[in-house]
Write a protein that binds this ligand. Structure first.
Ligand code: GDP
Ligand code: MG
Length: 317
């Protein structure tokens, strides 16, 4: 693993005082729970605002943001420390190429993550996209196959471009609810979390507005149309996930090179079938022996020529 330069998190000082206070309070909450570092993985399609989120949270231009140029093909980890706490955010290239999931990009991301632990996944998309299609399903399936279902216990859906006026006379809250539900259905109906109810989703959906033209409140904090100061709200969600009691995802060699992590249990199926087969054989033999050893009544010896074990074979199979 390459040595990582950990810089002081000076960007935090560029936030308005109200945001700074909330962030320091949240970091304090983590250190109180003995969490001294967090590694956040940011993934999603290209151009949705992944790199912008990294810069917004760090409070400086740490990674390149571009509307037109294609992104770099390698992940980048930005590490900042503050008061004994280290925040690592990993920005990744988009997961879609030519209308399909880019398996090579996913492979590069996995190898970059080798021997690291993912504490939180931010799955990024845009709020102002109206449809969820098969490609979204494919991306979510590819992430699940790469890191296991457990990754979604550590995830939040982050929707960018959140400063919008909803279409069709919908209120902001109604539009947000509809977009969230459409995305969450991908996870719940036939998706990796299919046994749960999408409307009672434990997976948080958070809103982000990376644009410099984002509205501000009287404390100079960037706010969404619903009045929420989104940077502290996003960090609050990250902290809640970090402390939700589910396991972080260790990306080890087994996860990268082994079988699909969701199918590992299936490796035991032939072993269990073999054990069952031998157990039946043993029981069968024991019954046969019992019958052979049992003294037969005189009438049976006279009337039946078949031997007991053949009869048993017919009965059992
Ligand atoms: P990535 O490819 O997912 O890393 O996306 P980038 O962060 O590079 O952003 C792609 C383009 O969208 C850039 O021009 C950003 O300025 C713009 N952008 C990203 N997030 C937002 C957002 O929340 N609101 C608006 N208005 N533009 C955004
Ligand atoms: Mg990017």
């Amino acid at each position: 693993m390459a040595t990582q330069l950990i810089r002081e998190w000076t960007g935090i000082q560029h936030f308005p005082a109200a945001t700074q206070n909330k962030l320091l309070e949240l970091l304090g909450k983590l250190t109180k729970e003995n969490v001294s570092s967090l590694t956040i993985l940011v993934m999603g399609k290209g151009g949705v605002g992944k790199s912008s989120i990294v810069n917004s949270v760090i409070g400086e231009r740490a990674v390149a943001v571009s509307a037109f140029q294609s992104e770099g093909s390698r992940p980048v980890m930005v590490s900042r420390s503050r008061a004994g706490f280290t925040l690592n955010i990993i920005d990744t290239p988009g997961l879609v190429e030519g209308g399909y999931v880019n398996d090579q990009a996913l492979e590069i991301i996995k190898r970059f993550l080798l021997n690291r632990t993912i504490d939180v996944l931010l799955y990024v998309d845009r709020l102002d996209t109206y449809r969820v299609d098969n490609l979204d399903r494919q991306i979510i399936r590819a992430i699940t196959e790469s890191f296991g279902k457990g990754i979604w216990n550590r995830a939040a859906i982050v929707l960018t471009h959140a400063q919008l006026s909803p279409p069709d006379g919908l209120s902001y809250e109604e539009f947000f609810a509809k977009r969230s539900e459409a995305l969450l259905k991908v996870f719940y109906l036939g998706g990796p979390l299919m046994w749960r109810d999408p409307l009672a989703s434990p997976m948080p959906v958070v809103l982000v507005e990376n644009s410099g033209r984002c509205n501000k409140n009287e404390s100079d904090e960037k706010v969404l149309p619903n009045g929420v100061a989104w940077i502290p709200n996003l960090v609050q969600t990250i902290v809640d996930i970090a402390l939700n009691g589910s396991e972080s995802i260790l990306v080890d060699k087994k996860l990268i090179e082994g079988p699909n992590p969701n199918e590992r249990g299936k490796m035991w199926i032939p072993v269990i079938l073999a054990i069952q087969y031998f157990l039946v054989k043993i029981i069968h033999r024991a019954i046969k022996n019992d019958i052979a050893e049992e003294p037969r009544p005189a009438w049976e010896v006279e009337n039946f020529s078949l031997n007991g074990s053949e009869e048993l074979d017919e009965l059992l199979f």
